[in-house]
Each structure stands twice: as structure tokens, then as C-alpha cells.
Design a protein. Structure first.
Length: 288
């Protein structure tokens, strides 16, 4: 394992998150911004139904943008204009190398998962404190049991503009909630030891999705942040609900024509198709 890989793994295992450069060129960053602006407008105008709608926090979301949106879903869907740009970004060599370092694995171990866009909301909006794959009703014992298992994923935010919306408690991915965290309000503004993860354009924050975190999004600040994840094939049922609750019907037809390493991408896509065939009714982690 290289010194860089070791440093990344140590950082995310200790703190639950790391910040890395995306490796995007200025041209690639501009292309992603242009594609993101286009699909955000289409979503707000009602021409793309896979969206995150206000005021709902978690899936399933309604496909009606009349109350405003805060995200665009399924960026690799072949029916979405510009999906080839996002798919090339998702499967880029720098991205794959970082994920392989974080998961200490090879490309043949990886599974294609999610790629969405988090965008400026139409009104100020906040996500409550949560862990992505552990419901708020979980007891300390249930939390500890889940957190003892390997993460089997790499999840990231790639900022196309400066972004400090992500708030988290470093190290909380390794333990159950403290008494203060468990009794805090859902939107507690000063959780003990919380930090704002500050990203410049082109930076990525990789984080364990079961770290205690929330989001705070302003309607007057431009936001276009690519929100993605890749899984490890050993994750199986531990990853199925987290990924498949966002939809599955289109995954076998993702356009890989602009991907650098097509063989690796095809393998990752095929492993997700196989996962979807094994787990049909996965339900939802949260009900709000």
C-alpha cells in the first residue's frame, strides 16, 4: 500500500472523513458546471422527474418541483441530457484510484452505486442530524452492532463551487451516539465537536455515511455539488437498501462510451445489476 493510500485509509478510519483534490482540469470543471446548470434548470422546469423536492429530507421524493428542489437524482441515467459527462466523471481514473485506496481493494471489487447533484434550494433548507443507514430509532446496542461491520463503501461530495454545507461530528462513525447527541434537537446548531466541512471548487470530501452529520443549505448561495458513492462487492445486503432505495430500473443501460476504463466500469455496473436482482424489496431507511 502506498503512503498516500495509507494516509487516506488512516484518516477516514480515524475521523470518518478526508478531503482530497478531485483531479479535475479547469475544462472538466467547466463542463461539469455547464451540465449541472442545464439539468438543474430542466428539473426546476419540470422536465426531469428524478429530483429531491422540498421539504422532504429522504427518499422517496415526489416528482413535482412546484415547492422547490434541492437536488437532481440519477445523473448517469441514459435519458438525462449530459449523462455521459457525469458518467465519465464518476468513473474517472483519479476517482477510481482514490476509492481503491480508501477501500484497500482493486477495481474488480468495486460496485457502481449512486451519483446525484445537490443544488441550491429554492428556499433555505436543513437536513436533520442523521446517519444514512441507521434509523434514528436505533438503540445504542443496535448502533454498535451496525458500526462494528465494515463500511463497504466510499461516499463523497465533489464541490463544483465552494461549499460548506456539510456538518459532521468527527469520529462518530466508530461509536453509538453520546447522551448529548441522542437528546439533542434534530437541527441542533451547536452539536458538541461538530465541524463544517469546507470545500473549494474541485475538492472532494469522502466520508463514512454512518458518521453523524447534517446539512445546512442557503437559497442565496450557489451550490452544485456532485454526491456519489461506490461500494465493495462484499457489502451485499449492507449496501443494497442504501443504494437501491434511490431507483434501479435504468442501471443496466448506463452509457459508458466516454469512460476511460470501460472494462472496469462495465464490471462495476454489472455487479450493481446483480445486486439489484438479489434484493428486490429493500424499503427505505428514513420516513421523512
Amino acid at each position: 500500500m502506498s503512503a498516500r493510500s495509507l494516509s487516506l485509509r488512516e484518516g477516514i478510519e480515524r475521523d470518518g472523513y478526508v478531503i482530497v483534490p478531485s483531479g479535475l482540469t479547469a475544462i472538466q470543471l467547466d463542463d461539469l458546471r455547464s451540465a449541472s446548470k442545464m439539468i438543474t434548470k430542466r428539473a426546476r422546469d419540470g422536465y426531469w422527474s428524478h429530483i429531491r423536492t422540498l421539504p422532504r429530507q429522504f427518499p422517496p421524493w415526489l416528482n413535482d418541483p412546484s415547492n422547490g428542489i434541492w437536488g437532481v437524482q440519477q445523473l448517469m441515467h441514459p435519458d438525462l441530457p449530459g449523462s455521459d459527462v457525469f458518467t465519465a466523471s464518476y468513473f474517472s481514473k483519479p476517482n477510481l484510484e482514490t476509492v481503491k485506496s480508501l477501500l484497500d481493494c482493486e477495481a474488480d471489487d468495486l460496485v457502481m452505486e449512486l451519483y446525484n447533484l445537490l443544488t441550491r434550494p429554492d428556499e433555505n433548507f436543513e437536513l436533520r442530524w442523521h446517519r444514512d443507514d441507521i434509523p434514528p430509532t436505533a438503540t445504542a446496542k443496535e448502533e454498535a452492532e451496525r458500526l462494528r461491520k465494515p463500511a463497504y463503501h466510499a461516499q463523497w461530495n465533489l464541490a463544483l463551487y465552494p461549499d460548506s454545507s456539510l456538518i459532521l461530528v468527527p469520529g462518530s462513525h466508530r461509536r453509538p451516539l453520546t447522551d448529548a447527541e441522542r437528546t439533542a434537537g434534530p437541527y441542533e446548531a451547536n452539536m458538541p465537536n461538530q465541524i463544517h466541512v469546507k470545500l473549494e471548487a474541485g475538492e472532494m470530501a469522502f466520508y463514512n455515511n454512518n458518521i453523524l452529520h447534517r446539512g445546512s443549505y442557503r437559497s442565496d448561495v450557489e451550490r452544485m455539488t456532485l454526491h456519489g458513492s461506490m461500494g465493495h462487492v462484499a457489502g451485499g445486503s449492507l449496501r443494497a437498501r442504501n443504494v437501491l432505495q434511490h431507483g434501479r430500473e435504468w442501471i443496466d443501460s448506463v452509457d459508458l462510451s466516454r469512460v476511460e476504463d470501460r472494462r472496469a466500469a462495465e464490471g462495476m455496473r454489472d455487479r450493481l445489476v446483480q445486486l439489484a436482482s438479489q434484493y428486490e424489496d429493500v424499503g427505505f431507511t428514513h420516513n421523512d
